[in-house]
Design a protein around this ligand. Structure first.
Ligand code: HEC
Ligand code: HEC
Length: 370
């Protein structure tokens, strides 16, 4: 910094000269007085885009919303920043916790002021490459960017408005340069916030599991029990009728009878659904009780299971399939075809455990722009 008043005046004069000539003074690269990086940058530096782990054919640079390193860095701050919620207490990561594969260990989510939602937060893994672009358990959002706008304005999640989010972020001067870096100018709007969030989410990958190594030719990667489970999963048990492809989901909607109870005698069977599921997105009566097939990647890390968190363990889930679900009115015909003996439940669970991978680990940045 310039200390002496004479030097300060000289500097001012130099500034004015460049003003008059219509040029901005340019910082000299490597100059001693180049601005120090803000203290919060240390906990969230620009990093190269991650190399996808084995089994995940993901091209981050090829996404519609172009996940550049600068956008991912901005999105990482936003994802963990509770200032996006109405009362500054809840961030995306409150419900999507890194340690639980960006899902949670509660049956349903808790948002601002301790409000309980009615569904469980799904994991966010390999999320930018859906087989069928539909997000949420009922598929009501058509893209990851559109999805990200939902929770901020959901009264029981972050309880804010989009305008509220934008005004809050505009008031944080420290955020502006990162919007500039990511988008070319410093304007803050909700589409940019959502795009940056989606870019960060897209970098949370899962692959390199024992299953992926086995698939790539390493026959010893699976234990004998997991190998038997694999044969069942893709064979007699017919799990892969719905859990298919690299992410173990068809991205489609099915009724397994989860959360359905027989209604009182004389009432329509449809009244037995506690949650209308896909019906809420389409309004089609046949969609009542259908939910999106979830990914099974890192499934061991976020019990309890299903859209309502009603099943406590993987053993319980597999036993549910062994019973062929619940006799709900829209029960998927595939449920009648699953075929395995109770003794084979352990093998299927061993296979599910072999889907634990790497590529998503993270922790909240320690400091945020101010
Ligand atoms: C209060 C808890 C909570 C917060 C906060 C929250 N989510 Fe969620 N998230 C959920 C729940 C619950 C669902 C499923 C809701 C549904 O299907 O209706 C969900 C669904 C999702 C999905 C869809 C996953 C899929 O496979 O379809 C994504 C992606 C996601 N959230 C990202 C975010 C982002 C980004 C934020 C922050 C802007 C956020 N969430 C904040 C609880 C939360
Ligand atoms: C008809 C399609 C279908 C078949 C067949 C199927 N699943 Fe599922 N699976 C789903 C759907 C849909 C859900 C979510 C249901 C809900 O929450 O209401 C689910 C949920 C799960 C979950 C819980 C995941 C989570 O994050 O909560 C596991 C584990 C699972 N399935 C494993 C299996 C296994 C093992 C088999 C074979 C025995 C199998 N599935 C067969 C469609 C299917």
């Amino acid at each position: 910094m310039t200390r002496s008043p004479r030097l300060a005046l000289l500097a001012l004069a130099a500034l004015c000269t460049s003003c008059a000539s219509g040029e901005r003074p340019r910082p000299t690269p490597g100059a001693k007085n180049a601005p120090e990086p803000a203290p919060w940058e240390q906990s969230n530096p620009v990093r190269p885009l991650p190399v996808p782990p084995l089994g995940v054919a993901a091209d981050l640079a090829d996404l519609e919303f172009r996940a550049t390193p600068a956008k991912v860095r901005l999105g990482r701050w936003l994802f963990y920043d509770p200032r996006l919620s109405a009362d500054g207490t809840v961030s995306c990561a409150t419900c999507h916790e890194p340690a639980h594969a960006f899902s949670e260990e509660r049956p349903v989510s808790t948002g601002i002021r301790g409000q309980q939602g009615r569904r469980k937060a799904p994991p966010i893994l390999n999320a930018a490459w859906p087989v069928f672009p539909a997000f949420f358990w009922d598929g009501r959002a058509g893209s990851l960017v559109e999805q990200a706008k939902g929770p901020m304005a959901n009264p029981v999640e972050m309880g804010n408005t989009h305008q509220g989010v934008v005004l809050t972020l505009r008031a944080v001067g420290g955020y502006r340069p990162y919007f500039g870096e990511a988008f070319g100018d410093e304007r803050v709007d909700i589409d940019r916030v959502a795009e940056a969030l989606a870019a960060y989410e897209a970098t949370r990958l899962s692959g390199g599991s024992a299953f992926d190594r086995f698939d790539a030719g390493d026959e010893r990667a699976l234990s004998p029990a997991a190998a038997r489970g694999r044969d069942l999963f893709f064979g007699r048990a017919r799990c892969s009728a719905c859990h298919l492809g690299p992410n173990f989901t068809d991205g489609r909607f099915h009724d397994l009878g989860v959360g359905w109870r027989p209604p009182p005698p004389g009432r329509p069977l449809e009244e037995g659904y506690a949650d209308a599921g896909r019906f809420e997105a389409t309004g089609r009566p046949a969609d009542r009780g259908l939910f999106k097939t979830p990914t099974l990647r890192d499934v061991s890390r976020h019990a309890p299971y299903m859209h309502d968190g009603s099943q406590a363990t993987l053993g319980e889930v597999v036993a549910f399939y062994q019973r062929r679900g619940e006799a709900s009115p829209h029960l998927d015909p595939e449920m009648a075809r699953t075929d395995f003996r109770p003794g084979e439940i352990d093998d299927l669970v061993a296979f599910l455990l072999a889907l634990d991978g790497t590529g998503f680990a993270d922790a909240p940045p320690r400091l945020f722009p101010r």
